[in-house]
Design a protein around this ligand. Structure first.
Ligand SMILES: [Zn+2]
Length: 226
């Protein structure tokens, strides 16, 4: 075994050439608890914000993970081009599963993917991540009607109704849009817990944590909660 392991998830620089293991190993992943993994994501976001990302050797990560993957988390986030989960938390190939859908809502297919990620593949964190200035949230507030998007935006409706907010409850008010985005993360977390007996049981046992986060596209900060 190499003396130095350097999975980027662990925030260890992949300096050097071939001697270092570039992707998260099963041993490394299994040593981490859900709270450790969230702490590592926070550190990765800090590196991103400071412009001190790990020097990713994607080719080495690709080769190291080709024979097996041991991701630590599954992230559900929005399709927004400005909120790429791996980039903003300085994660590499093999570090996390990633489901993206406008407005980061959960449906049966996404929940099934989370069940696979955690129960079968051993991921320990389900992170639902919303973001500021979310177009899907704005569209839901404005009741946009457009093909299949109509049905998707309907799934955000409960979060709008559940958002307590004094003031202008329109899509023009970013304060309200961001408050709904945050509530939408909370609603989605509860939804996942309620609809998946598998994930709820894993959470009760402490093996898995369902967590939430909001990404601020102006500051680059990922704020974790829940
Ligand atoms: Zn969005």
């Amino acid at each position: 075994m190499a003396m130095v392991t350097a999975a980027t998830f662990l925030g260890v620089a992949t300096f050097g050439r071939r001697a270092f293991a570039a992707a998260l190993t099963k041993e490394q992943r299994d040593k981490l608890g859900p709270d450790d993994i969230i702490a590592l994501m926070k550190k990765g976001n800090e590196r991103f914000r400071l412009g001190r990302e790990s020097p990713h050797d994607y080719l080495a990560q690709q080769k190291a993970s080709a024979s097996g993957q041991y991701p630590a988390a599954i992230i559900l986030s929005c399709i927004d081009s400005r909120a790429p989960a791996e980039t903003i938390m300085d994660l590499g190939i093999g570090d996390c599963f990633n489901a993206r859908v406008a407005g980061n809502i959960a449906n049966d297919d996404i929940i099934g993917s989370m069940e696979f990620a955690c129960k079968v593949a051993g991921a320990k964190v389900v992170l639902v991540m919303g973001h500021t200035s979310c177009g899907a949230i704005k569209g839901a507030i404005e009741k946009v009607q457009l093909g299949k998007l109509t049905g998707l935006l309907d799934k955000i409706r409960p979060a709008i109704e559940a958002t307590r907010y004094q003031g202008d409850r329109s899509a023009k008010n970013y304060g309200f849009v961001d408050a709904v985005a945050r509530k939408n993360v909370e609603v989605t977390m509860a939804d996942i817990h309620r609809r998946s007996g598998i994930l709820a049981a894993l959470e009760t046992s402490g093996a898995v944590k369902i967590a939430g986060a909001m990404y601020n596209i102006e500051t680059g900060l990922v704020e974790f909660f829940g």
